[in-house]
Ligand binder design. Structure first.
Ligand code: NAP
Length: 679
């Protein structure tokens, strides 16, 4: 193929390779695949993000942006075949590309869905509950989050050109922050193709995304405290970039996802012959060979009970011997080359370092078979397994990340020893534990949690549906302490928060209702002439309230409800026993009876805009109700969220009070209400 001329996308236009362009070689054949490196005006890019992209994105609500992400993921999904094709040059088998391409698109879908389910259809994200800061509730507190007003600079690693770009873009765009993407040069032709599809879709507003094919020049020196750098790559590059004095001086957010010496522990119960032993071997071999071991989450240290060490090594070696290495385009090839010759040199240098403390028990980089490709021209290495006889006394095996199909077996005596070895990674992205014993899982999680961003426990019961040691999931946080960079990404809304500022707002209830767009108890309410159940979604305003008449609860009601439902709990039926209970003055009404009476008081029965009651949240019973007490209800519109083309969700703040105006119960009721104007 003729080499692709990769373009950057800066301030709304494509810019071709410039004076600093360099050639990128195919990992399989060594032939030139692309040229990358543009001369760019970085200040103009930042200005474009700040003055065009940011305002465009912030004019949209969280739900608008979530819908945009869904459309984008759908668009990319329909065009992904082209990305699979290009990915072959990076040495990826179909399975490797699936992790990168479908994994990346799937991540965008998850953020799109979480944005609509867990964030408001507004501009302010409410973080946690209202804090009562005063006796009478006239001065209260609420944490909110709003999007940063700068740009997100995403610097990505070479191993996942699509997933790496999309897993950072999805939360930034959902937050409302424009991004400048800088992929690793080695595989930037795959990232550029994906990025080009995004621009061609026309789905993103102007300025929302820009792309750098090549270096970042002095971009980082031009950032402000409203910008964020999210970096994925080696610890050495992270250290260099994050210690930039400009970044330090201005407290510019810097998220680092760097390399990690991830461990996998085989539980003491998982002896040969158990499903867990076989599962462990399978996961280890998969992690060594998927993406030719070029995964930040790959298992680098295999920690096994001493009595089974020899059996384990035999089992892993047997599987590794069957791994066909070669041209990833060929059917039957299980492991492709590394991404570049530079990676081969790097891996072999690290392997030599590991070799000073561990013996190689499988894989010789000077003698191995390669299917359908020239072993000299392509960036091929075999899987290499080491055994370290004295892991407690060793250091290189715990510190050296050979970013390829390389892993070291180390044996332990006690489970505490195993945990101590896992923690020697100095902070890791993930550790796994294969055990069928919940007590082992508990001991390991407590001992190793502080050193790990993620703990993956698997056994015969979960293996059918488990997602694999190496797969970060958009729902769960990805990142780890110490050596792993100290950063965190994804984890649903947690990942979106990295691009927002959390602000503690203090003031009166009316102020907080106006700021959050959500009714805060204590703020002004409005009683309208028409019953709220007779009003369409559009016609309900935050704070609209219905105050019902009251109803007296009788002992007959309590008896009837008890026998009708079968709930004859002593607190409702037995005066003596109820009195003996510290919570009750004597027989009291069932909480569910009160809820039912409340519904009877506030519903307007005829068919109308209210379509369904879909649930309630935060129910709390605060004062018992005895026979003779009377209750009434205040129902207030708390929050409205459009859900479909025909109806939206209304959340109601419901308060039940007694004849003395004391609060008996509170909860949030959720209904679906029809729109007046169906579009
Ligand atoms: P790298 O060499 O550190 O490069 C990472 C990124 O930094 C690339 O985009 C690179 O661009 C860029 N970069 C390098 N020098 C720079 C500079 N002076 N200014 C601005 N950008 C600069 O890492 P890599 O080789 O691509 O990736 C492999 C490493 O990433 C492994 O150690 C792996 O463990 C780690 N990784 C971590 C995670 C994670 O989530 N924690 C995920 C994947 C990979 P160029 O390519 O243009 O030099």
């Amino acid at each position: 193929m003729t080499a692709l001329m990769l373009e950057s996308f800066a301030a709304g236009r494509w810019v071709g390779p410039g004076s600093q362009a360099r050639t990128i070689a195919s990992a399989v054949t060594g032939d030139a695949v692309a040229m990358a490196g543009s001369d760019l005006d970085y200040q103009a890019m930042l200005d474009h993000a700040r003055t065009v992209g940011g305002p465009n994105l912030r004019a949209m609500t969280f739900h608008d942006r979530a819908r945009m992400l869904k459309a984008l993921a759908t668009w990319l999904g329909e065009r992904k075949a082209k990305l699979y094709e290009l990915s072959l040059h990076a040495g990826c088998t179909k399975a490797d590309s699936w992790i990168d391409i479908d994994g990346g698109i799937g991540t965008v879908f998850v953020f799109a869905s979480k944005g609509r389910r867990e964030m408001p259809d507004g501009h302010v994200y409410v973080d946690g509950a209202v804090e009562q800061l005063s006796r009478n509730g006239t001065f209260i507190g609420q944490h909110i989050a709003t999007p940063l007003q700068g740009a997100a600079v995403h610097i990505n690693a070479f191993n996942f050109p699509v997933w790496g770009m999309l897993e950072k873009l999805a939360p930034a765009l959902l937050a409302g922050v424009p991004a400048i993407v800088k992929p690793a040069t080695a595989t930037s032709y795959v990232a550029e193709a994906c990025f080009r599809m995004m621009i061609e879709s026309g789905i993103l507003p102007d300025g929302a995304v820009q792309f750098i094919a090549g270096g970042t020049g002095d971009l980082l020196d031009r950032l402000t405290p409203q910008d964020v750098v999210s970096f994925t790559g080696s610890a050495a590059t992270a250290l260099m970039l994050r210690s930039n004095p400009h970044i330090l001086r201005h407290s510019i957010r810097f998220i680092a996802e760097q390399d990690s010496l991830n461990a996998s522990i085989l539980g003491p119960d998982a002896t040969p012959g158990t499903p867990e032993f076989d599962l462990f071997v399978k996961e280890v071999v998969k992690e060594m060979t998927a993406k030719a071991g070029q995964k930040c989450t790959a298992i680098r240290r295999i920690i096994a009970p001493k009595p089974v060490e020899a059996d384990l090594i035999d089992a892993i070696r047997a599987k590794l011997s069957k791994t066909v290495i070669g041209d990833p385009a060929l059917e039957g090839v299980r492991m492709g080359p590394l991404a570049s010759q530079a990676q081969v040199r790097d891996v072999l240098e690290k392997v030599a370092r590991i070799g000073t403390e561990a013996e190689c028990v499988h894989g010789d980089p000077a003698a191995f078979d390669v299917e359908g490709a020239d072993a000299e021209k392509g960036a091929f290495v075999p899987p290499m397994l080491f055994r370290c006889a004295d892991p407690a006394g060793a250091s290189a095996v715990h510190e050296t990340e050979a970013f390829g199909p390389v892993s070291t077996v180390m044996a332990y005596d006690t489970l505490d020893d195993a945990v101590a070895l896992a923690n020697r990674g100095g902070g890791s992205l993930v550790m796994s534990l294969i055990t069928h014993d919940p007590a082992v899982a508990r001991q390991v999680a407590i001992g190793a949690g502080a050193w790990h961003g993620r703990i993956y426990v698997n056994d015969r019961d979960s293996m059918g549906e488990s997602t694999g040691h190496g797969s970060p999931l958009p729902h769960m946080t990805h990142g780890g302490p110490g050596r792993a960079g100290g950063g965190e990404e994804m984890g649903g809304v947690r990942g979106v928060m990295h691009y927002m500022q959390r602000t503690a707002v203090q003031g009166g209830p009316d102020m907080l209702t106006a700021i959050t767009g959500m009714f805060v108890p204590g703020s002004r309410t409005v009683e309208t002439d028409t019953h709220p159940f007779r009003r369409y979604f559009e016609d309900l305003a935050i704070g609209d309230t219905l105050r019902t008449s009251s109803r007296t609860v009788t002992m007959e009601d309590i008896e009837h409800f008890a026998h009708f439902t079968g709930d004859t709990f002593y607190a409702h039926m037995d005066e003596e026993a109820a009195k003996a209970n510290p919570f009750f003055p004597g027989r009291v009404a069932h909480g569910y009876l009160l809820l039912s009476f409340a519904a009877g008081l506030f519903v307007d029965p005829a068919p109308g805009p209210v379509l369904a009651n879909v649930g309630l949240e935060g129910l709390s019973f605060q004062k018992p109700v005895s026979a003779g007490d009377s209750i009434r209800v205040a129902l207030t519109v708390k929050r409205k969220t459009k859900r479909t083309d025909t109806y939206g969700e209304v959340r109601w703040h419901v308060v039940l009070t007694n004849q003395d105006d004391e609060t008996v119960a509170t909860y949030e009721l959720h209904t679906m209400n029809a729109y007046r104007d169906v579009t």
